[in-house]
Design a protein around this ligand. Structure first.
Ligand code: ATP
Length: 306
């Protein structure tokens, strides 16, 4: 009975938490994805936002005890600035975004927001301060309008339309049969990866958080869509503390600082210009990307790919 009771009790807790936080999609993912041991400390105060400075101090983390993923990572995103994390696949880039959101607790070091350790403040207040545009956005089986308004349930129709415009999804909405009332998902229209990401950007614009995490999609988007998404992201990140997890290099050129992560350690850091001059890992990643782009152009010219 006890064996049954525990999971049921946990499910009940999840259900109550989902009901309470339906307004906040990231909170829902958090509840589903987090390990049960991530709990608020009794009486944990709310995060006090001052400007939104994010600081990682010698952060160590492993999903499994045998394999350390982050091996002492330190960096700061000053309030209102943009820091991009790049590096080979599996280096630990997305893990950094999950830790800032406190999906997991770290094994050593500290993660601070405006000087407050993320483990010491309430999870609800931490997550209210952070907007996440994830790699793969989950849409509800509901209307386009509902899916955008999810960022802030009380938003007016005008605010939803304005957010859609800033996220550059308004043209797409207009072309659908019933506009914002169009059903999406299994019951209706299927959205492409790029369209879903723009819905996520519109949600984030409505949420209006001081800190943003942009986890770029790994899947290739066509260059026109990519440009549109980059423009939308640039607009939404203006004036907010932004951490970009970049899986392609073209998005990071304008960042205030680029951190090159390799095997869980910072291998290089600097601006795009500084890193290119250094002719190290970042430079060779660019060269490789250029070669890949050139190869695709050649194939396109030969009519072998679209
Ligand atoms: P990519 O560019 O391919 O998305 P990344 O640098 O973002 O890679 P992460 O997603 O941070 O990499 O993953 C870092 C390492 O941690 C990988 O080796 C991955 O297999 C491992 N990992 C990620 N999530 C988990 C998990 N939930 N449990 C165990 N290992 C994980």
């Amino acid at each position: 009975m006890i064996q049954l009771y525990q999971p049921l009790n946990f499910l009940g807790m999840i259900y109550r938490e989902i009901k309470q936080s339906l307004i906040d999609i990231e909170a829902m993912f958090t509840i589903l994805a987090r390990s049960p041991e991530i709990r608020d400390r009794p009486g944990a105060p709310a995060l006090e936002m001052k400007g939104g400075t994010v600081r990682f101090e010698d952060v160590r983390f492993s999903y499994d005890p045998e394999r350390e993923i982050l091996k002492g990572v330190s960096f700061e995103v000053p309030a209102g600035r943009t820091v991009a994390i790049v590096g080979p696949s599996g280096a630990g880039k997305s893990t950094i975004s999950r830790l800032l959101y406190r999906f997991y607790d770290i094994s050593a070091g500290r993660i601070l927001v405006d000087g407050q350790d993320v483990r010491e403040v309430s999870q609800a207040s931490l997550r209210a301060a952070i907007g996440m545009v994830p790699q793969d956005t989950v849409l509800f089986n509901d209307t386009l309008g509902y899916n955008i308004r999810y960022g802030r349930a009380g938003a007016s129709d005008e605010e939803v339309a304005r957010a859609a415009e800033l996220a550059q999804i308004d043209g797409f909405v207009r072309r659908t049969p019933k506009g914002y009332a169009t059903e999406v998902g299994e019951r209706g229209l299927k959205l492409s990866g790029g369209e879903k990401q723009r819905v996520a950007i519109a949600r984030t614009i409505l949420k209006d958080p001081p800190i943003l995490i942009l986890d770029e999609a790994t899947s290739a988007l066509d260059s026109h869509t990519e440009r549109e998404i980059q423009d939308a992201l640039e607009r939404v990140s203006r004036g907010r503390t932004t951490l970009v997890i970049a899986h392609r290099l073209s998005t990071v050129v304008g960042a205030d600082e680029i951190i090159v992560l390799q095997h869980g350690r910072i291998a290089e850091r600097g601006t795009h210009g500084e890193l290119m001059e250094r002719e190290g890992l970042y430079h060779s990643m660019w060269e490789r990307q250029r070669e890949a782009e050139r190869a695709i152009e050649t194939l396109k010219a030969a009519g072998e790919v679209d």
